[in-house]
Design a protein around this ligand. Structure first.
Ligand code: AMP
Length: 506
């Protein structure tokens, strides 16, 4: 079975390519086309995934996990019913649930092998990609490719088939905003520049609407104190999202609120929603400006197409604001399924052509480099990260650089590879995070300042390999792709065993 999976921050989805070449999104056991990315550990032997998990976690948050994608690649464990889980194992449970949906919907055997294209954000670094690989492995999925989400969206919109054009992808989901400039080439779509805000999405609108509704209630009923009523506030948050969505279809939608014996109908229309969310829209546009100027630095003077992705782009104000800013009418077609549909299209391509062909290329999401002692520093103890593979370089990328030993007779060199952690590359170690650490040992007696060659390679799948070589003796250090924050072989086995005993329900 060959499927496309959108493993999202708030929602996930699975799709398959039909015989007619059209992707179809497969529904889950509840008939929903997207599944909340929430896991709830209801007993030592079973977990809930999706809407039921979200509802259960709302009442009993200690046994639920949401937004785990934000922690991918981080080293942390959560204990549920005495078993330790990681972001990888929790994601694996979501993947397992999606695979079971796909098997049920397509009538495949439970034991049938699954190969999938799984989408990841364009900014995902080595560790996050490796963690996603691990999650898929734990779920028993063979990964055909980890595909950048904006590239998947471009496949859905069909713009990936127009060589020579450039596309801006504007992706506003439930909790994150991403925007990417793609260059379409004969051999596929290439990410030119990407930017975003991982704490900006539909949920911010929901919060604003809930505040507006609660304030309106309090103003209409001055003797009441709705801010003290937990249940009321919870209900208002749910109503706020429904009302927000309704305003994508109609201009006005009064909201009735009840607390005790009091009932208030709050007038709510598009212009109110536009007003309370206008600074949020402006924040997305500022990021669009930033990604455009980054793309301009790489020779992109113009975008030919603008495509909208993510459920929140259904709000009419988004298309209007994007059009006003870019002077192009953006395309809006099934935006909540754009990524998963693109993943299915890509999976179909790979299955049809064998794994060798690649119609999509991506870029290095963040700069990589090594930690060195800065010999120019007067104090002699300043350490800096020298980036040698730069972000937005096309994948696969490689760079060989020469560094020097510090003292005469030094018999080993510690090699620490760092990845840019902040939004912009910086040589400050605090603005980077370590992804590899090793030692080149057994060096012959050498004078201080002897060269050590260091090669960093990032493969098309985003995996990092490092070779350090002392040229005179030929001593070589090949660093294992051990990455901080990614489970190693033994804990993978332990997690696989733990997951094997769990039943996944919806
Ligand atoms: P995604 O993560 O792409 O599935 O987006 C989910 C977000 O889209 C949530 O914040 C939803 O409230 C929002 N959303 C879904 N449908 C609509 C709609 N018709 N109008 C406005 N927002 C929507």
């Amino acid at each position: 079975m060959i499927i496309g999976i959108d493993l999202g921050t708030t929602f996930s989805a699975v799709a398959v390519l039909g015989a007619d070449g059209e992707p179809s999104v497969l529904s889950n056991g509840l008939g929903e086309s997207t599944t909340p990315s929430v896991v709830y550990f209801d007993s030592p032997g079973s977990v809930l995934v999706g809407t039921a998990a979200r509802d259960a976690a709302a009442v009993d948050p200690d046994n639920g996990v949401a937004l785990v994608k934000r922690r991918m690649g981080e080293e942390f464990e959560l204990l549920f019913h005495g078993t330790a889980h990681t972001p990888e194992s929790i994601s694996a449970l979501i993947l397992r649930s999606l695979v079971e949906d796909a098997k049920r919907q397509t009538g495949a055997d439970a034991g049938e092998e699954v190969r999938a294209v799984i989408t990841v954000p364009a900014y995902f670094g080595v560790r996050e990609r490796e963690a996603t690989f691990q999650a898929a492995r734990l779920a028993g999925i063979e990964v055909l490719e980890l595909l950048a989400e904006p590239v998947a969206a471009a496949l859905h919109y069909g713009v990936a088939a127009r060589p020579g054009s450039t596309v801006l992808v504007y992706d506003l989901g439930g909790g994150t905003f991403d925007t990417t400039v793609l260059r379409i080439q004969r051999d596929g779509a290439q990410v030119v520049a990407t930017d975003g805000d991982s704490r900006l999405g539909g949920a911010d609108w929901d919060e604003r609407v809930a505040d507006f509704l609660t304030q309106s209630f309090a103003a209409a009923e001055p003797d009441s104190d709705p801010y003290d009523e937990e249940l009321f506030l919870h209900e208002v948050r749910l109503i706020a999202e429904v009302a927000k969505k309704d305003l994508s279809e109609r201009a006005s939608r009064p909201v009735s609120l009840r607390l005790g014996g009091r009932r208030v109908t709050v007038p709510f229309d598009r212009s109110t929603l536009t007003g309370i969310g206008s600074d949020l829209v402006d924040r997305t546009l500022a990021i669009v400006d930033r990604v455009l100027s980054s793309a301009e630095g790489k020779g992109i003077r113009q975008v030919h197409e603008v495509v909208l992705v993510g459920g929140s782009t259904r709000m009419p104000v988004i298309a209007a604001a994007v059009e006003a800013r870019l002077g192009r009418t953006p395309r809006l077609l099934d935006p909540d399924h754009a990524v998963v549909r693109g993943a299915a299209i890509r999976a179909g391509e790979l299955a049809g052509a064998g794994r060798a062909s690649r119609s999509t290329r991506s870029v290095v999401p963040r700069s990589f480099g090594v930690l060195i002692d800065d010999s120019h520093a007067p104090s002699g103890d300043r350490r800096v990260v020298v980036h040698t593979v730069h972000r937005n370089a096309p994948l696969p990328a490689a760079a060989t650089t020469e560094f020097c030993t510090i003292v005469a007779g030094q018999d080993s060199v510690r090699v620490q590879v760092f990845e840019q952690a902040g939004e912009l590359p910086s040589e400050d170690p605090a603005a980077n995070r370590r992804v590899l650490d090793g030692e080149l040992t057994g060096l012959p007696p050498l004078p201080a300042g002897s060269p050590i060659e260091l090669t960093l390679r990032v493969s098309e799948d985003g995996l990092l390999r490092v070779t350090a070589r002392e040229p005179r003796s030929g001593t070589v250090l090949e660093l294992e792709a051990y990455m901080d924050g990614v489970v190693d072989g033994e804990s993978t086995r332990r997690l696989a065993t733990a997951l094997g005993t769990l039943t996944v329900r919806q």
